[in-house]
Design a protein around this ligand. Structure first.
Ligand code: ATP
Ligand code: SF4
Ligand code: MG
Length: 340
């Protein structure tokens, strides 16, 4: 990756600490996001996607805590920033949108009051200019009759419109980095496609860098330049999006791609990944995917592989791609490549 890097996460560890136990929700995640690009973070529920994002903005619920690593944003380590510095960065340089806009919009204030408040805090705009800019922003995100909508309360808008309002608010301060955590999961398919298209367009126009968190490989294909696949609090594969779809390397990534409907495949060809995600309290000793992996060997059960760079610049955490592989030497996890 030779582009300018805006966000460089290095060995991030975030845990939920109780008196007698440490839940390692994010366990040594490293990621680099080039400026103006979109990186997707994918993985099943509980893999640590949201906690990675919330760690960046230090929005972790107690007893969640960053216990190690660095989050370098434009050269500054956010894990060392003061509360005031983080507050200034939040919404100003980094914005976040969530899956369910109702949890972020306040039901007792109108859309206009909420957008104006954001513009007042971050841009110092007064009521009149705030309303004017608010209407422009609602227009930008494709809300019809914005002069009317701005006077309404969140419950008067549909889910898709509320998500557009959230995007408008996230863009209000022209952030350098937008973190979107499952921004379309709660929406129906047509609206989902419209919102993704909107986000793609805005990203191009504003030149933002984006972290797109999703469990949906379809969303990844539509929006991302690079993809980090997470499993059990760790990144197990990192590739550019085209290579990932063409040549997925980690058996978990291969499983994820087989479990999604494709235009060219019958529904009965879908193969869900067997078994369940391990609980963060009860992680396997070796490779975290071993209990579900069709290729697991004794080595896999005993030792955790590291995330290693391959000749083609991809990164993968799996013994198959090392010279210590002790299983079938012929094994080729990439069925897709073999059959295509
Ligand atoms: N408040 C909490 N207290 C204790 N553990 C937590 C808490 N929130 C998250 N965790 C732990 O962190 C792990 C990762 O959670 P995270 O929310 O990042 O998952 P995710 O990948 O975003 O999943 P989903 O797709 O369901 O949103 C969970 O499996 C859980 O063990
Ligand atoms: S390290 Fe072993 S168990 Fe883990 S994904 Fe690779 S082959 Fe499967
Ligand atoms: Mg989540």
């Amino acid at each position: 990756m030779r582009e300018e890097v805006i966000l460089d996460i290095n060995d991030l560890r975030t845990s939920f600490l109780t008196d007698d136990f440490e839940v390692k929700a994010v366990d040594g995640v490293s990621l680099k996001l080039p400026k103006g690009k979109t990186i997707g973070i994918v993985g099943e529920s509980g893999s640590g996607k949201s906690i990675t994002a919330l760690s960046i903005l230090q929005l972790l619920d107690k007893p969640g805590k960053i216990v190690g690593g660095e989050i370098n944003f434009k050269g500054e380590d956010l894990t060392k920033a003061s509360n005031k510095e983080i507050r200034d960065i939040r919404g100003n340089e980094i914005s976040m949108i969530f899956q369910e806009p109702m949890t972020s919009l306040n039901p007792v204030y109108t859309i206009g009051q909420q957008i104006r408040e954001t513009l007042k805090v971050h841009e110092g705009l007064g009521k009149q200019n705030g309303t004017k800019r608010g209407i422009e922003l609602l227009q930008l995100v494709g809300i019809p009759a914005p002069e009317e909508r701005i006077k309404q309360y969140p419950h008067e808008l549909s889910g898709g419109m509320r998500q557009r309002v959230m995007i408008a608010m996230a863009l209000a301060c022209n952030p350098d980095l937008l973190i979107a955590d499952e921004p379309t999961t709660a929406l129906d398919v047509t609206i989902q496609a419209q919102i993704l298209e909107l986000m793609n367009r805005l990203q191009r126009e504003f030149g933002m860098s984006v972290i797109m968190i999703t469990h949906d490989m379809g969303v990844v294909a539509e929006t991302c330049d690079y993809v980090a696949v997470m499993y059990g609090g760790k990144v197990v594969e990192f590739q550019d999006v085209k290579s990932l779809f063409k040549n997925p390397k980690h058996p978990y990534t291969v499983g994820l791609l087989k479990s999604i409907p494709r235009h060219d495949a019958d529904v009965d060809e879908l193969e869900p990944i067997r078994g369940n995600v391990p609980s963060a309290k009860d992680m396997p000793k070796g490779c975290r995917f071993a209990p579900r992996c069709p290729f697991a060997t004794d080595l896999c059960m005993e030792e955790l592989p590291s995330l290693d760079k391959q000749d083609d610049d991809s990164e993968v955490r799996c013994w198959i791609y090392t010279d210590r592989w002790d299983g079938d030497p012929e094994v080729n996890v990439n069925e897709r490549e073999r059959t295509s």
